[in-house]
Design a protein around this ligand. Structure first.
Ligand code: CDT
Length: 303
């Protein structure tokens, strides 16, 4: 058996006035608790360091850039890397990334996996950006990810870490079977993902009552259909007047939820995950080499 004790560190709301260092202190408190419970890995939400700023339409780039990190680690985030080293923990967290690349400034919705030695082991840039790019004043709040971020350009790599094969995705990616399958084809054994999901979806308010159901449905299906653990972690609660769902879960390769958050605040969930549990799915029902029929799937990679 290959055991990874994983902690999902759900975060309660982060208001615009909360400083980075206040958020980092909350994250370190959760890491300390995870360490006391024997965790190897702590997974935090999407855009952990700030409020979910795509809810606002902004035109002043300097104002927008206040939500972005141009260095990782920076003076404000270095304590996270130091705490990971001190506790001997790996951590995964999301942040808005601003980078100079190919002679221009680029901005991504990013999530990294940092090893216990403080090294960045894996970086993922969100591919499925939901929402819209222009101001839509009829909405109670905006969802401007298409305005503030470029589509991620790193694909869905899977890396060897924590004794297994680990991959990452971010929030809306979890609703798309392709996100899981691309990693499933690389043998992924544990997928880490953070999310910020408003309870209310302005273009489809009839979905609102089903938010928690859809959240669990997609992660449980993705885990089972690819024989992998999925660790899904929310930023939850009422943030700047906008309600975000909770429901952080750790899902086994059976598709069963083995740990679930019960609050909408800072809350740790834990599970002892035997990565060898993935084998019985990967080698039987979902033995891809034996049973997939990719010739019949061509349509899904065409526009
Ligand atoms: N952050 C994020 O991707 N949230 C989306 C909201 C969808 S409605 C625009 C989600 O899929 O949860």
């Amino acid at each position: 058996s290959r055991i990874v004790t994983v902690a999902g560190a759900q975060m309660g709301p982060i208001q615009r006035s909360d400083s980075r260092s206040a958020v980092v202190a909350r994250m370190i408190a959760l890491m300390a608790e995870a360490h006391r419970h024997g965790a190897d890995l702590v997974v935090f939400p999407e855009l952990t360091l700030t409020t979910f700023f795509p809810r606002w339409f902004m035109t002043d780039q300097a104002e927008i850039d206040q939500f972005f990190e141009s260095a990782m680690p920076s003076a404000e985030t270095a304590p996270l890397f130091e705490a990971a080293a001190c506790f001997g923990l790996a951590i995964s967290f999301g942040y808005a990334e601003r980078v100079e690349e190919a002679g221009r400034t680029r901005r991504f919705n990013t999530q990294i996996l940092v090893g216990p030695d403080g090294r960045i082991l894996h970086k993922y840039r969100k591919i499925h950006l939901p929402g819209h790019a222009e101001h839509e004043p009829w909405r109670a709040f905006q969802h401007l990810e298409k305005r503030y971020f470029e589509v991620g350009d790193l694909g869905w790599p899977v890396v060897r870490a924590l004794g297994g094969l680990v991959g990452q995705m971010i929030c809306n990616d979890r609703r798309w079977p392709e996100s899981y399958r691309v990693m499933g084809l690389q043998g992924v054994e544990m997928i880490l993902l953070g999310y910020n999901t408003p309870r209310h979806n302005p273009p489809a308010p009839d979905h609102d009552a089903l938010g928690d159901f859809h959240n669990a449905l997609v992660m449980q299906a993705g885990a089972y259909q690819n024989g992998t653990f999925v660790v899904g972690v929310a930023k939850a609660g009422i943030e700047e007047g906008c309600e975000l769902i909770g429901g952080s879960v750790i899902v086994a390769p059976t598709g069963e939820v083995i740990a679930r958050a019960s609050t909408l605040g800072d809350e740790l969930i834990l599970a002892r995950c035997d990565l060898d549990w993935t084998r019985s799915y990967k080698e039987t029902v979902f033995n891809f080499a034996r049973h997939r029929e990719p010739e019949q799937y061509r349509m899904i990679v065409e526009r």
